[in-house]
Design a protein around this ligand. Structure first.
Ligand code: CA
Length: 410
C-alpha cells in the first residue's frame, strides 16, 4: 500500500546498474566477465522468465518490449528494502512534519483552489474534501514528492532479489496491465523504491482496483491529473468502508483513576458506553455519536488521548500505521479549521533504539511478563507485556515503552 515512510526516500538519486537491453522474451547468453555481469545475467534471465509468465497472463508483446527492453536492476532499491531504522520514531516527531503549519496552510490553499471539483467528488464518493486533501498532503506533499524511480525497474528488482518475490511479481504484472491499458507510459510510470506510484502513492494492484479517470481524457492519471488523483483517492477510501457523515474520532479527557488497560485497539464500544465510564471530549463537552470506537493513547498515559471510530480504521487501509492515520485525520481537521491538539506530547521521553527495545522485550520475558518473541519493534504483544509489568508494580498500565521502564527491569 501507499507507504509514507517511502515518500522521503523517493527522490533520492539512484546508483543504477544498466543491464544490457534484452529482447523481451529471449535469453541471450554471453560470456561472464565479472560477478556484476553474472548478476546482471541472472537478472535478465529472471526478467525473461517473468515475461513468459506475463505473456501467458495476457500481456502483449509490445507492452513487454516497452517494459523490459530497457529494464534495469536498481541496487539502491535493495539497499532501501533492507534498511531498518535504528530508532523507533516518536509519534510527535512524525506529526510535527506530517501536520506542520506549512502543510496545514498549503492544504487550506489547495482546498480553496479545488473547491468545486472536490465538492463534486465528495458528493459522489461520500468522503469529505479535507480528508482527500490531507491524504494527498501526507502521501506526496500535495504532489511535490511523487518519487522518480521507474515502477517497472523497482518491481523487477524486488522480484528478482527474492525477499518478497511473490508480492513484487504480482505488482509487476499489475504494472504491465497498467502499461497495456495505455493509462501512462513506462517513462512516466514513476514512484517510490517500493512501487508506490504517483501523487496518491498507489501500488499497481491498488491502481487497477481503484484508480479512476475523473477529467475525462480516457486515462487514469495519478501522476499528472489532480482530478484523477482526488477521485482515485476518494474511490479507494469510499470502497474501503468510509462512513459518510461520521467523525473520525475526537481528542478526549479520561477520568481520574482511569484504568489504562481499557485503552486498547481490541476494546471497542460506542461513544455512549465510553461516556458512561467518564470519558469526555477534551474541552469537557459530551462525546459525538460514534459507534465501535476505541481509546488511542499514542504516547501513553502522559500524552493526548483520542477516541477513534470506524473512519479512523478506514485510513489504515491506505497505510497500516496508527501514526499515519492520526496524521491524516489531524491534518484534515486543521485544514477544515478544526481544533489543534490541547494536550501536549511528553517530549521529554526519548525514543528507544531497536537494541533498547530488544533489551526491554527480553527483560520483560525474563521476568515472566510475556511480550512475544523479541524483535525490537513495539506491537500488541510488547504492549501487553509492558502492561502486565506496569500493573504488577502499581504504574499506570498504558503499555508505552520508556527508558525508565527498561532501567527498572534491568
Ligand atoms: Ca484522466
Amino acid at each position: 500500500m501507499a507507504l509514507l515512510a517511502l515518500v522521503g526516500c523517493a527522490s533520492t538519486p539512484l546508483v543504477e546498474t544498466k543491464a544490457s537491453p534484452p529482447p523481451a522474451t529471449v535469453v541471450t547468453p554471453t560470456p561472464v566477465a565479472s560477478s556484476e555481469d553474472a548478476h546482471n545475467q541472472k537478472f535478465i534471465r529472471w526478467v525473461n522468465e517473468f515475461s513468459a509468465t506475463a505473456s501467458a497472463a495476457g500481456i502483449n508483446g509490445a507492452t513487454l518490449h516497452s517494459a523490459f527492453d530497457t529494464v534495469r536492476f536498481l541496487p539502491r532499491v535493495i539497499e532501501l528494502d533492507r534498511t531498518q531504522p535504528e530508532f523507533t520514531r516518536n509519534v510527535w516527531d512524525y506529526l510535527d512534519s506530517a501536520v506542520s503549519a506549512l502543510r496545514i496552510s498549503r492544504g487550506q490553499e489547495k482546498l480553496l483552489q479545488l473547491r468545486p471539483q472536490l465538492d463534486a467528488i465528495a458528493a459522489r464518493y461520500g468522503v469529505p474534501p479535507e480528508v482527500l486533501v490531507a491524504i494527498w498532503g501526507v502521501e506526496s506533499n500535495y504532489g511535490t514528492h511523487v518519487g522518480d524511480i521507474p515502477a517497472i525497474d523497482a518491481l523487477a528488482t524486488l522480484g528478482f532479489e527474492g525477499r518478497r518475490e511473490e508480492w513484487a511479481s504480482g505488482q509487476l504484472l499489475a504494472a504491465l496491465k497498467i502499461l497495456q491499458s495505455g493509462d501512462i507510459s513506462r517513462e512516466q510510470m514513476v514512484g517510490s523504491w517500493a512501487g508506490a506510484m504517483g501523487q496518491t502513492q498507489f501500488i499497481p494492484s491498488v491502481f487497477l482496483a481503484y484508480a479512476v479517470d475523473a477529467d475525462g481524457d480516457g486515462k487514469r492519471d495519478i501522476w499528472g491529473s489532480v482530478p484523477d488523483v482526488m477521485a482515485s483517492t476518494a474511490n479507494f477510501i469510499s470502497q474501503s468502508g468510509w462512513r459518510t457523515g461520521q467523525p473520525w474520532g475526537i481528542e478526549v479527557r479520561l477520568p481520574q483513576g482511569f484504568d489504562y488497560v481499557r485503552a486498547d485497539a481490541a476494546i471497542r464500544q460506542s461513544a455512549e458506553a465510553w461516556a458512561s465510564e467518564g470519558v469526555l471530549a477534551v474541552d469537557g463537552k459530551p462525546l459525538p455519536v460514534l459507534p465501535d470506537s476505541f481509546l488511542l493513547l499514542p504516547a501513553g498515559a502522559r500524552g493526548p488521548a483520542f477516541l477513534v471510530g470506524p473512519n479512523f480504521r478506514t485510513i489504515l487501509r491506505y497505510n497500516n500505521a496508527t501514526s499515519y492515520a492520526l496524521a491524516v485525520h489531524l491534518l484534515a481537521q486543521r485544514i477544515a479549521n478544526g481544533p489543534a491538539l490541547r494536550e501536549p506530547w511528553p517530549r521529554d521521553l526519548q525514543a528507544l533504539t531497536r537494541n533498547q527495545m530488544l533489551a526491554l522485550q527480553t527483560a520483560l520475558n525474563a521476568h515472566g511478563f510475556d511480550s512475544g518473541t523479541p524483535d525490537g519493534m513495539v506491537g500488541p504483544a510488547t504492549q501487553r507485556g509492558i502492561r502486565l509489568y506496569q500493573r504488577s508494580v502499581g504504574l499506570p498500565a498504558d503499555g508505552y515503552p520508556t527508558l525508565d521502564l527498561l532501567q527498572r527491569l534491568q
